[in-house]
Design a protein around this ligand. Sequence first.
Ligand SMILES: Cc1cc2nc3c(=O)[nH]c(=O)nc-3n(C[C@H](O)[C@H](O)[C@H](O)COP(=O)(O)OP(=O)(O)OC[C@H]3O[C@@H](n4cnc5c(N)ncnc54)[C@H](O)[C@@H]3O)c2cc1C
Length: 327
Amino acid sequence: MNPVSYQRASSIDQAIQMAAGGRGRLLGGGTNLVDLMRKGVERPSSLVDVTTLSDAIEETSEGGLLIGAAARNSAVAAHLQIRSRYPMLARSILAGASAQIRNMATVGGNLMQRTRCLYFQDVAGARCNRRAPGSGCDAAGGFNRYHAIIGASPACIATHPSDMCVALAALDARIQVAGTRGARTIPIVDFHRLPGERPDLETEIEPGELIVAVEIPPPRFARSTYRKVRDRASYAFALVSVAAGLTVRAGRIEEIGIAFGGVAPKPWRAFKAETALRGGPATSQAFEAALADELADATPLPGNAFKIELAQRTLSAVLTELSGSDR
Ligand SMILES: Cc1cc2nc3c(=O)[nH]c(=O)nc-3n(C[C@H](O)[C@H](O)[C@H](O)COP(=O)(O)OP(=O)(O)OC[C@H]3O[C@@H](n4cnc5c(N)ncnc54)[C@H](O)[C@@H]3O)c2cc1C
């Protein structure tokens, strides 16, 4: 067992200072990090507890919301403004994990949670470029039912596991970070990285930086929702999930936002499909054609080729529901 020191930060500056250098890790609710420490995937020498930082959920002057990184997932999902103005976000969080885990898990930790790829977690028996750069990827020729069909690389086909981040991607959230070189804001669509040749570099966060808050712009959809398809009805990660928002006027799509979970190494914002649909008719034929275009570059494997049709059917069902054309 590795000795680990524990410190609790009482301010952002103190957290930055405590985490600087060495093999320190920030500790949110610990629901992912502590699991990975038990498995030997993560071996920090020190933990800096950041659950003492802001967990406030406040309205911004532009009419959006600012959510402190230490806000618990359950508090975000239960917040009245989030439930009424951003239903896809509340639903995405409630589709994940269990009530007990959501009570512990923080927004910062959720954004930074690591892949559930079995080979990534198997320190003793599997090769994984994400965990041990240059070692290889056993998932490619192994059990890849849960893996990516788009955005992956020969080095890594792992998916990003978060439900919450899929909704944040469709909502154009922005991640506020602070570090030794100052503060900056990163659009969520740029926050998680595609693996390329460096799957070990998972986000744009640099050493010495931490997530401080998440900004959500004012709502831009008349209706929004989140749907998750999984092997079990609860307590399972997504095979495919869709976060979608839609405004339809006189049968034509005025505004649309779509993001997928379970199909890519990061929450997959379907920009191509959105562009194809915006201004056009809200029909199932249009939904299907737009997604075919979005997934034209997909490279499924024998174990996960079913996800293409599953993504098509899930998106079509969600947009049909939101457009009211199922009534
Ligand atoms: C059994 C089980 C089932 C689950 N099912 C789902 C599911 O269906 N859907 C889903 O989306 N999730 C699921 N999860 C994952 C869960 O959502 C995450 O474990 C949780 O969101 C992580 O939050 P945390 O605060 O506990 O993070 P921690 O475990 O504390 O930290 C995770 C990572 O984030 C970093 N970190 C923490 N705070 C910050 C910060 N402020 N700035 C920068 N880095 C930070 C840590 O250093 C660490 O690398 C499941 C987890 C378990 C254990």
